[in-house]
Design a protein around this ligand. Structure first.
Ligand code: G6P
Ligand code: MG
Length: 215
């Protein structure tokens, strides 16, 4: 039987996907890199470094420049979190976490972000989770399974007994690679390869997931 739900953070619990995008867009504008909202879609869920490398395309820059650009984008991103409050949780997200807990499932965060704890603190949700695996927890980012396997380890639950809720292609890939049930939130072309797909976090129906996942 399924025993735990591991939630991605950015794009599932809160819409920081937008703030990440704005941070990258500002850096891209400053450095004359071609970038737009559509190009950003492929960055969803990627680590900070992978995001910048994807944004750079064929352009080659040295390591010091990479570091400076990652830091600058992160500074923009962190500054944009200043006014974040519990009201910035996505509709239905907290209810979904509570629903999982009401069903005696354990709950964790599995986020590639090094800012995950900061965001959770702003949302006043740090205490809501039994475990937090974030960008500081493992070396290999999604689509590697490591982050979700670390969340399962922290929860002391077998990977096959875990459900992952994800908004990103790379995150669904990571969940499936970990041997977990993948619940995608978002459009078919982004998360259609998940075990189950819903349009938004508010649409996720754990009755459907648990019935399908316990066969
Ligand atoms: C999440 C977001 C990505 C972000 C990554 C790293 O996966 O979806 O957009 O690039 O975390 O976040 P960080 O806050 O460490 O730069
Ligand atoms: Mg995400």
């Amino acid at each position: 039987p399924l025993r735990a739900v591991v939630f991605d953070l950015d794009g599932v619990i809160t819409d920081t996907a937008e703030q990440h995008y704005l941070g990258w867009q500002r850096l891209a504008d400053e450095e004359g890199l071609p970038f737009d909202r559509e190009a950003n879609e492929s960055l969803r869920g990627l680590s900070r470094r992978e995001s910048l490398l994807a944004l750079l395309g064929d352009r080659e820059v040295d390591e010091a420049t990479l570091e400076e650009w990652m830091t600058r984008k992160n500074d923009y991103y962190v500054a944009s979190l200043a006014d974040m409050s519990p009201a910035d949780a996505l509709p239905g997200a907290v209810e979904l976490v509570d629903d999982a807990k009401a069903r005696s499932l354990r709950v964790a965060i599995g986020s590639s972000s090094r800012n995950a704890r900061l965001v959770l603190d702003k949302l006043q949700l740090t205490e809501a989770f039994d475990a937090i695996a974030d960008g500081n927890s493992v070396e290999r980012a999604k689509p590697a399974p490591d982050l979700f396997l670390e969340a399962a380890r922290l929860l002391d639950v077998a990977p096959q007994a875990c459900v992952v809720v994800e908004d990103a292609t790379s995150g669904v890939d990571a969940a499936l690679a970990a041997g977990m049930v993948a619940v995608g939130v978002g459009p078919q072309d982004r998360v259609g390869h998940a075990t189950f797909r819903f349009d938004t976090p508010a649409d996720v129906d754990l009755d459907v997931v648990l019935a399908g996942g316990t066969a």
